[in-house]
Design a protein around this ligand. Structure first.
Ligand code: FAD
Length: 396
């Protein structure tokens, strides 16, 4: 009988898995469940905030997956999974049977972790813009409406979270916009951490491009927020109350709701998996990829999710053929734009050891601290190329 693979979530992980399953084995029946007709990518959404791209530039659809690759795309969301029966129930009430299920639902937010913050506050006053779409548009609108001389507060969460360099690229590109249009303004990053991804490179770029505009406060200098007041537009830290004209709260995160509801998460809020096949160590037959899974040293990035999507496709095909899946190599590169001609990156290649997924020593690394202007400009060009390639590879 034909093997039936169901994929929940048409983002970086799920859409990659669905496409590569059909590319590698067209005899499989592959069904992708995704409620959004248009998927706005988080990668490059900071570029929208900086005025370098618009929302249409980051919009992806499922037409090619459907028409060229024969993926059965259902515009609905999964409301429950029955791991014992091997079924997924959709919001519409429809029930799908699967032989193997791939779950790539991304993240959910821990709304109750900050007093005064809620989903409705995030949708109206203090957007997270950590799922691209209406939230990105709202934060962009607020930045456009802010007066010159205003203060933008960016409040990232503690680790682990989606896209470790994301809040700092955001600060950079918002600064690019403010420097051009509202140069008396200021950005304060209130961070509950004592260090952040590519910190040295970001700080160097900020000093060069936006001197005095971006202030980063660590946990030791009042970066940890405990409370927000949406009416007063303030946040409370251990050191006092801070007022913002635009406030971007990026709340603590966990695996997407369907993964939590299906019992695929452990006490950490993320999903433990076998690192060869990404099969859940809790529910056999269900594979979890992308931000929702625990993937050792790999960061929660779109590139990592897509890399895992291809690995899971190859593993499932071997499992369907009764073969043993091969241990994978996995890759990741994260570009961050600090200014239009100023890019930096971190890259890694990962392998499997008895300690799980680890980075191969010397395989990747960071943009050198002493990179010259040509190098930094070239990295900005590579960032554009990276985006065009990955969205073509996944949705094109
Ligand atoms: P997603 O891509 O979020 O996809 C999840 C999908 O599942 C969504 O479409 C959602 O609608 C769907 N879904 C959820 N629940 C259900 C359900 N019950 N039923 C059906 N569908 C469901 N990564 C990079 O590699 N490079 C970058 O430059 C980069 N920049 C970033 C910048 C920002 C500001 C942010 C926030 C993130 C950035 N990332 C970047 C990270 C990247 O966006 C994520 O790591 C990536 O999207 C994770 O892929 P995923 O498949 O796990 O989740």
């Amino acid at each position: 009988a034909q093997n039936r693979i169901v994929v929940i979530g048409g983002g970086f992980g799920g859409a990659s898995a669905a496409k590569y399953l059909r590319k590698l084995d067209p005899s499989l029946s592959v069904t992708l469940i995704e409620p959004k007709a248009t998927f706005y990518t988080c990668p490059f959404s900071n570029w929208v905030l900086g005025g370098l791209k618009n929302m249409e530039d980051i919009a992806q659809t499922y037409t090619v997956l459907k028409n060229r690759y024969g993926v059965n795309v259902i515009a609905d969301s999964a409301s429950s999974i029955d791991a014992a029966k091997g079924t997924v129930t959709l919001k519409s009430g429809k029930v799908l049977n699967y032989d193997r299920l791939i779950v790539s639902p991304g993240i959910d937010f821990k709304w109750n972790s900050i007093e005064g913050y809620s989903e409705s506050v995030s949708n109206t006053k203090m957007p997270h813009a950590y799922e691209a779409g209406p939230q990105t548009a709202l934060l962009h609108k607020q930045l456009l409406a802010m007066n010159d001389g205003g203060t933008v507060l960016i409040c990232p969460p503690a680790n682990p979270f989606r896209c470790p360099p994301g809040p700092y690229e955001r600060a950079s590109l918002v600064a690019h916009y403010l420097k051009e249009k509202k140069p008396k303004s200021k950005i304060i990053i209130l961070d509950p951490k004592d260090k952040f991804s590519k910190q040295g490179l970001f700080k160097k770029g900020w000093e060069k491009l936006y001197p005095g505009m971006i202030e980063w406060r660590s946990v030791a200098t009042g970066g940890k927020i405990s409370k927000v007041d949406a009416a007063a537009m303030t946040v409370t830290t251990d050191f006092g109350v801070e007022k913002g004209d635009v406030i971007n709260i990026i709340p603590p995160q966990q695996a997407g709701k369907i993964a939590v509801d299906a019992g695929l998460t452990d006490a950490s809020g993320w999903c433990p998996v076998n690192p060869i096949t990404f099969e859940s160590t809790i529910h056999p037959g269900i594979h979890v990829i992308g931000d929702a899974c625990i993937a050792g040293a790999m960061p929660k990035s779109g590139f990592a999710a897509s890399s895992q999507g291809k690995v899971v496709a190859a593993s499932i095909i071997r499992l369907c053929q009764g073969k043993v899946p091969a241990p994978p190599s996995l890759v990741n590169t994260c570009y961050s734009l600090i200014g239009p001609g100023y890019g930096v990156s971190v890259a890694g290649v990962y392998k499997l050891t008895s300690a799980g997924i680890v980075e191969i020593p010397g395989s990747g690394g960071l943009t050198p601290m002493d990179a010259d202007d040509d190098h930094l400009n070239e990295e900005a060009t590579f960032a554009r190329g990276w985006y065009n390639n990955i969205v073509q590879d996944i949705w094109g």
